[in-house]
Design a binder for this molecule. Structure first.
Ligand SMILES: [Mn+2]
Length: 429
């Protein structure tokens, strides 16, 4: 079985007010060519299809059109199965509704995980519906033979997984749910076909390069042991940096997002081609690079060899910026005080007529002030801070006093803060 694994498309993202539709289209042109060249049996998308839970009409149109075109492309070589799961950015219930129609195009969209008042194993009807939704036999077309199985686990907070044993803690719920699905697959997979597990989650110990600590922080980490055994490839989504999970022997991987979603993601991006013939065989994995339409470019005063230079010294670099180069531009300046009031205007003027898109100026944050001195941040500095960075500056300033043992646990405080932000984000989403 040949699988094209990708994730974290984030269709409909706007970046500093710039619409990214053109960039997504550029990605889908490349993805269609990969489908044409590689002829996969399965296109597997591990969550964050959309950037927001209420995507615009234009974003939904691009999603529908692209999936239909990918499917049409596959008809030339006998078809391919398409399987998509919800990520934390998606509206899982909305994806379920759309999925009612997609199944007629040999595409399974797995949004929510069913729940019931009685989730004990005696409730056979409930678990039959769970197995029917989350265990997907892979077929090139709806009439074809089964080539393998996908166990699909959409994004779900650990406490919201079915409660097989009411005494279980929240992390155990997820682990037992996945183990139950894999046991069921083992029972029906009498021919020894390959088994693929897909999930949208943070696996403990993965490289979170490019992600805000808040988004991936908190307590919702899953140890690789959470995914039990009985699968040949674990197709992960959520982390945008492509990588294999340590301790998985190369069998568990984040494909990564197809192009950068922020300035920290200016590394190479890929989709994965995975080949597995039989249950228990090592998957053969190849990464196929995706060329971004716009690059992420940080122009920094730190790059001057002479050290500290004025923000004004960056302006000639912008004037000389190649006019046809497509890039998002972030400036990093070393000034800790107020910038000249016309600075942003001068930056924009320097880029006039060029393809480059100005995004922001990131100012260096001043060192902790001496005792008695107040902390002062400019508006630009505040705007460039993440909630966690803000808390780290504010907390010692207002709440922590020397020798105050109760609040001296920095790590503990940071975790509490992450948890609070994650709770709020959950309520808002
Ligand atoms: Mn994502």
């Amino acid at each position: 079985m040949k699988i094209l694994h990708t994730s974290d498309w984030h269709i409909g993202q706007t970046f500093y007010d710039y619409d990214r539709t053109e960039e997504h289209k550029h990605f889908f042109v490349q993805l269609k060519k990969i489908v044409r060249d590689e002829k996969p049996d399965l296109l597997l998308v591990s969550g964050d299809l959309y950037h927001t839970s209420a995507p615009s009409i234009a974003a939904q149109e691009l999603y529908n059109e692209s999936l239909l075109q990918l499917r049409d492309e596959s008809l030339a070589f006998g078809g391919m199965h398409i399987i998509l799961i919800a990520g934390n950015h998606d509206s899982s219930s909305k994806l379920d509704v759309d999925g009612l129609l997609w199944k007629y195009f040999n595409a399974n969209v797995v949004g929510t995980i069913p729940r019931d008042n009685d989730e004990s194993l005696e409730n056979r009807a409930f678990y039959d519906s769970v197995f029917a939704k989350h265990i997907i036999p892979v077929r090139k077309s709806r009439e074809n033979e089964v080539l393998g199985y996908v166990v699909a686990i959409p994004h779900c907070y650990p406490q919201n997984f079915p409660n097989i044993n009411p005494k279980d803690g929240k992390q155990d719920r997820m682990k037992k749910f996945i183990a139950l699905l894999l046991e069921k697959v083992a029972e029906i997979n009498t021919e020894g076909l390959p088994v693929i597990l897909t999930a949208h989650t943070l696996v403990t110990g993965s490289n979170i390069k490019g992600h805000d600590a808040i988004i991936v922080g908190g307590l919702d980490n899953s140890d690789i042991g959470t995914f039990s055994s009985g699968w040949d490839y674990l197709a992960l989504g959520h982390i945008h940096f492509p990588q294999e999970i340590k301790g998985s022997n190369g069998k568990a991987r984040y494909s990564g997002s197809p192009f950068p979603m922020n300035f920290e993601e200016d590394y190479d991006h890929f989709v994965n081609i995975v080949e597995i013939e039989k249950r228990g065989e090592m998957p053969q994995v190849r990464q196929i690079p995706i060329e971004p339409l716009y690059k992420m470019e940080t122009i920094s005063a730190k790059d001057f060899p002479e050290g500290r230079r004025s923000c004004m010294d960056l302006l000639p670099l912008l004037h000389n910026y190649p006019p046809h180069k497509k890039a998002y531009i972030r400036l990093e300046v070393r000034e800790t005080g107020e910038l000249p009031s016309d600075y942003i205007q001068r930056v924009k003027t320097a880029l006039t007529g060029k393809k480059a898109r100005y995004c922001l100026v990131k100012q260096e944050i001043p060192d902790k002030p001496a005792e008695g001195e107040g902390l002062s941040l400019t508006a630009a500095q505040v705007g460039a801070l993440s909630p966690r960075e803000m808390a780290e500056i504010i907390a010692p300033e207002f709440f922590l006093k020397d020798g105050d043992e109760k609040y001296d646990d920095k790590q503990g405080l940071a975790e509490l803060f992450d948890q609070a932000v994650s709770n709020v984000t959950e309520q808002l989403s």
